[in-house]
Design a protein around this ligand. Structure first.
Ligand SMILES: [Fe+2]
Length: 317
C-alpha cells in the first residue's frame, strides 16, 4: 500500500496516542502514591518511567515523518484517567482501592495495546519497517505491563477474599496457613481493616485492643521494634527475587517459617542492615498485628508507604 494514502491517518493516530501517553505520565505517579500494595505501587512507578520513553519513541517517529511532535486530545484516555481520579478520592478500604486501581490500569493497557497494534499494522502494510519496529517495541512493553497487572490483580483478589471474616465471625484462615507465597506480608484475617484503623490511631506503633479482643498492633518505622516483632515470630528479612532492577535487591518482605509454599518461594534472605537500608530509602513503614481476634500470635504485617499512611491518618486524600 502506498504510505501517502494512510499517511494523514497514521499521523492523526500517532498524535492521539502521544497525548494519551502524556496524560498517563502525569497520572501514574498519583496512582503509585495512592496504592498501598508495594508491588502495585512499584509497578506504577516503573511504568511511569516506561511511559516517558514511549512518548519519546513517538517523538522519534514524528521526526522521521517530518511532522511536528504535538498531541491531539485523547478523549478515551481522559475518561479512563478521570475514573482513576474517582478511585483516588473515593472512601474505600486499602485492599479494595488497590484492586480498583489495578483494574483501571488494565483498561488503560488494553486501550494502548489495541492502539499500538493498529499503528504497527498500519506501518507494516506500508513497509515503514523502522517505524513499525518502534511501535512494536512499545506494544511489547504494554503487553508485559498488562500481564504483570493481571498477576497482581489475582493476588490482591485472593488476599482480599482471605481477609473476609468467616460466617461465624472468626477468621477464614488461621495464621501461617494459606498465605500467598509472593506476599507473606499481605493482608490476612482482620489485618486489612485492622491496619487501617491502627495506622490512624497508632502511628507511633503503639498497640490497641480490637472490639473482638484481638490486639490490633499498629504502624511503626522503628527498626528495633520491627526486628523484635519479626524475630519473636521467627521472621527473617527477605527480598523477592527478580523484582529489582539492576543493582537493586527488589521488593522487601518478612519471611516466616511454616508457610505451605515455602519450597516454591522466590523469597531470598537478606541481612537486617540491607533490609532497613532499603526500608528507609523507600520511605516505608510497617503495619502489623500482635494477636488475632482469637488471641493467637499474628504474623500479619504489611510494608506501606509512610507518606500514604500519613495522609490517610490525617484524613486527607
Ligand atoms: Fe504507554
Amino acid at each position: 500500500m502506498d504510505s501517502s494514502a494512510t499517511g494523514p491517518l497514521l499521523i492523526e493516530q500517532l498524535r492521539t496516542i502521544y497525548d494519551a501517553e502524556k496524560q498517563l505520565t502525569r497520572a501514574l505517579p498519583k496512582m503509585a502514591k495512592a496504592a498501598s500494595d508495594q508491588e502495585l505501587a512499584e509497578g506504577f512507578r516503573e511504568h511511569a518511567e516506561q511511559t516517558k520513553q514511549q512518548a519519546a519513541r513517538i517523538e522519534q517517529i514524528f521526526q522521521s515523518l517530518g511532522v511536528k511532535p504535538r498531541g491531539i486530545p485523547c478523549a478515551p484516555m481522559q475518561a479512563m484517567i478521570e475514573e482513576g481520579q474517582r478511585i483516588l478520592s473515593a472512601d474505600m478500604e486499602d485492599d479494595v482501592r488497590d484492586i480498583a486501581l489495578a483494574c483501571a490500569a488494565r483498561r488503560v493497557e488494553h486501550f494502548e495495546i489495541a492502539s499500538y497494534d493498529a499503528l504497527a499494522a498500519m506501518t507494516q502494510s506500508t513497509k515503514q519497517t523502522e517505524l513499525s519496529q518502534l511501535l512494536q517495541e512499545t506494544l511489547r512493553e504494554e503487553s508485559e505491563t498488562d500481564k504483570k497487572l493481571s498477576a497482581i490483580s489475582k493476588r490482591l483478589l485472593k488476599e482480599s477474599a482471605r481477609a473476609q471474616p468467616a460466617a461465624d465471625g472468626g477468621e477464614k484462615a488461621p495464621r501461617g496457613t494459606g498465605r500467598d507465597k509472593r506476599q507473606p506480608a499481605a493482608a490476612h484475617g482482620r489485618g486489612r481493616n485492622a491496619s487501617r484503623a491502627s495506622s490512624r490511631g497508632a502511628s507511633n506503633g503503639s498497640s490497641r485492643e480490637s472490639e473482638a479482643g484481638g490486639r490490633l498492633g499498629g504502624m511503626t518505622t522503628d527498626h528495633e521494634e520491627i526486628r523484635r516483632w519479626a524475630e519473636e515470630r521467627g521472621g527473617k528479612p527477605s527480598c523477592v527475587e527478580g523484582t529489582g532492577g539492576k543493582g537493586d535487591i527488589g521488593m522487601l518482605r518478612l519471611e516466616f517459617p511454616g508457610k505451605p509454599n515455602a519450597k516454591d518461594s522466590k523469597l531470598h534472605e537478606i541481612t537486617w542492615d540491607e533490609f532497613f537500608e532499603k526500608f528507609d530509602e523507600r520511605g516505608l513503614a510497617m503495619v502489623f498485628q500482635d494477636k488475632t481476634s482469637r488471641g493467637q500470635k499474628s504474623n500479619f504485617n504489611k510494608l506501606v508507604s509512610r507518606e500514604t499512611e500519613k495522609s490517610r491518618s490525617a484524613g486527607g486524600r
